[in-house]
Design a protein around this ligand. Structure first.
Ligand code: PA5
Length: 432
């Protein structure tokens, strides 16, 4: 069983204050969980840990096995919600230097997440003559960045393997019926996976969008889903008193009312860097609208204590932090006694780096709280697939609750289209 514990001690918010939101939370929970009006209701992610396409889940595992057998590299082509979840999980659960290590599973690399020709040329260069397959992921099937990358990689695959074999190395994750990518897949006979209608991009990591690349990288997707199910069960109680996920949502709204309009998600484990990137999109795109929202930022500590630490300690007091504390480190190093002690470090001899990291965390929380930066702490037992599944679901559900408390629709993203219209006009796309 995975578990997560919320600690609001260092926020200055009492439980009584949190519980003032009890009836509001109950009502939002009721609306959130009521039968959807139509399939575009975007609440499908709520049920995903139990209500998913089992046949497709098996097909994902089969495809992952085939890719593991015939490819050294797997290029995951997508942007925003169509790649961040996969990258978050893969980087969190793999060796920190897995891209430099010889390994038994394909190296997952990312394309279509920017329009830099330099990036794409470097990626093509890195793949070199290694065997590879690709997964293009786009719910709309029309997003410019992945569409360009897909066109380029399709040609490379066809030149390398011939059209027939290239077909066996192209996996498409898109809408079940619509969009250019779906039409192309039908035409070419690519293996396709579905982004469900009722799951928006940023809530889609537990669908084929995230699961195929995650499985290719060798992560146990059953465990990931099991962790999400642990969370689904744990946070099913709409009573705020017993629901820590909703308490987090309420706490951040109280902090926001107290003029804290930037939330910094903090990790002390650099492998969680992309998890924070995933979280930033989830919260930024869900809440930043109608001139409202808490700006989601992120830092990797202790690294960023030496760059952002000054600002957080003494800059504008509109910040709060949410610290992800992983209780048990997956490996450790003991600092040895040194006869000369020229570096003066013998006071640490016999202690582990994990212990020192924890003390750095405690010291930082104390300093920042004293400096006027409230700290929420989210404790997770360890960093494994099951715990990560739990944490993903925790943040998704909290986001839906928090957006509703804030008074915005957490499931749309009208602003994302604005830059595209201008870009298409400048690129002279027909119709713009
Ligand atoms: O969360 C979202 O909706 C966005 O980040 C999308 O995932 C992103 O824009 C990519 O869209 P698509 O999957 O349609 O290519």
């Amino acid at each position: 069983m995975s578990n997560i514990k919320l600690n609001l001690t260092n926020t200055g918010i009492s439980m009584d204050k949190i519980l003032e939101y009890k009836s509001e939370v109950k009502e939002i929970d009721r609306v959130l969980r009521k039968e959807p009006n139509d399939e575009k209701d975007f609440r499908g992610w709520l049920e995903l840990p139990t209500n998913y396409d089992k046949e497709e889940f098996d097909r994902i595992k089969k495809a992952a096995k085939k890719i593991q057998e015939d490819s050294e590299v797997f290029v995951c082509i997508g942007i925003g919600g169509s790649y961040l979840g996969a990258r978050a999980v893969i980087e969190a659960l793999n060796n920190s230097f897995y891209s430099y290590k010889k390994q038994s599973t394909p190296l997952v690399l990312y394309a279509g997440n920017n329009i830099s020709p330099v990036y794409l040329n470097d990626l093509i260069d890195l793949i070199g003559d290694r065997d590879f397959s690709i997964n293009v992921i786009s719910k709309s099937g029309t997003t410019t960045e992945p569409a360009i990358a897909f066109r380029i990689f399709r040609e490379i695959l066809e030149n390398k393997y011939g059209v027939e074999e290239a077909r066996n190395r192209i996996y498409v994750t898109t809408d079940k019926a619509r969009g250019a990518l779906k039409e192309l897949s039908n035409e070419e006979g690519y293996e396709t996976f579905v982004v469900p209608d009722n799951v928006g991009g940023r809530y889609s990591v537990l669908t084929a969008v995230g699961l195929l690349p995650i499985a290719v990288a060798g992560v146990d997707i059953n465990e990931l889903m099991q962790g999400a199910k642990d969370a689904q069960d744990k946070y099913a109680d709409s009573d705020l008193k017993y629901n820590e996920c909703y308490q987090y949502a309420v706490a951040r709204n109280i902090l926001n009312k107290n003029l804290k309009d930037i939330e910094i998600l903090v990790n002390y484990e650099p492998k969680m860097h992309y998890f924070i990137e995933w979280w930033k999109q989830l919260y930024g795109e869900s809440e930043g609208k109608m001139a409202k929202g808490i700006f989601p930022a992120g830092v990797d500590f202790t690294t960023d204590l030496h760059s952002m630490g000054q600002y957080i300690q003494e800059g504008k007091r509109n910040l709060f932090e949410t610290v992800i504390n992983i209780e048990e480190t997956s490996s450790d190093i003991t600092i040895k006694e040194d006869g000369d002690n020229l570096d003066g470090l013998n006071y640490l001899s016999g202690k582990t780096m994990g212990y020192v990291n924890k003390k750095a965390m405690e010291a930082t929380i104390e300093a920042h709280v004293t400096g006027g930066v409230p700290n929420v702490v989210i404790n997770m037992d360890k960093l494994d697939a099951r715990s990560l599944g739990h944490l993903i679901y925790f943040f998704e559900l909290a986001c839906a609750m928090s957006g509703n408390i804030l008074g915005v629709n957490p499931f749309n993203q009208p602003g994302v289209e604005e830059y595209k219209k201008n870009m298409f006009r400048l690129l002279e796309k027909p119709g713009y």
